[in-house]
Design a protein around this ligand. Structure first.
Ligand SMILES: Cc1cc2nc3c(=O)[nH]c(=O)nc-3n(C[C@H](O)[C@H](O)[C@H](O)COP(=O)(O)O)c2cc1C
Length: 227
């Protein structure tokens, strides 16, 4: 058994320990006894969630959970700073797939797999998107795994920004957002209110339910354009 296959098997055993009996995976087939089984292959999309180093990184857990529940194949990649907020193990458990982090751990195979997936994925969701990742993507900087995939992919990219109100309002951030928007990338705007940093204003990550419904809407529009 390969290193990754072993990790996934281990993960499956772990998930089965905690999932209600009705939703456990069948050991022989690996198929899940839930909504995923009812989803036809044509409806199921491959989505990569890129988690970056913002305080709202924990909210990506709920987004991933809901996307999985909708029957999509979800993979996660993280920046090094994102690992300060949520561990890869959490995302690995929720997505059921190995999480890609360090670009120079290519020997593990998961990163190579993810680069291939980046080619084949339908959508990349950057959630939360820091001011930093938006700036790097707008300039084409690719100095880590996430930014490299963002530059290399031809998939739709959806950014869900979350940051301090002054960072969001900063004309540099606004210019970066419009550069990416003009290139055809999507943004799910941050909400207004009390921010984790203690400030009040625009910068809160959109609610997970809203993020998921926008992603589904974007994927649906894509399907209608293709068919
Ligand atoms: C506690 C803490 C919370 C932070 N929250 C945010 C945030 O919500 N949004 C943001 O843009 N940056 C935030 N930052 C700053 C980013 O972590 C920093 O800009 C980092 O370089 C982002 O790296 P990444 O984009 O590669 O993940 C935070 C930093 C700390 C220490």
């Amino acid at each position: 058994m390969s290193y990754d296959a072993g990790r996934i098997k281990c993960l499956e055993n772990y998930r089965n320990l905690f999932l209600p009996v009705a939703r456990r995976t069948t050991p022989q087939t690996g198929q899940a006894h839930d909504a995923q089984r009812n989803m036809t292959k044509s409806n199921s999309k491959t989505i990569i969630v890129a988690v970056t180093g913002g305080i709202a990184a924990y909210k990506a857990c709920e987004v991933i959970r809901q996307l999985k529940k909708e029957g999509h194949d979800v993979h996660v990649m993280m920046t090094e700073h994102a690992e300060q907020f949520v561990t890869p193990l959490t995302f690995q458990t929720l997505s059921g797939n190995v999480v890609a982090t360090n670009m120079f751990e290519l020997m593990q195979g998961s990163q190579i797999g993810l680069i291939k997936l980046a080619d084949e994925s339908d959508l990349i969701l950057v959630c939360p998107a820091t001011a930093n990742i938006i700036a790097k993507a707008a300039c084409g900087i690719c100095d880590d795994f996430v930014t490299t995939v963002l530059l290399a992919t031809k998939a739709l990219i959806v950014y869900v920004p979350s940051m301090n109100v002054n960072m969001w309002d900063n004309p540099i951030t606004q210019k970066n957002v419009s550069v990416l928007g003009n290139r055809g990338h999507h943004f799910i705007e941050p909400g207004e209110g009390e921010l984790a940093c203690g400030y009040t204003g625009k910068g809160r990550l959109a609610e997970p339910e809203l993020i998921v419904s926008k992603v589904l809407e974007i994927l649906n529009n894509l399907r209608m354009k293709i068919t």
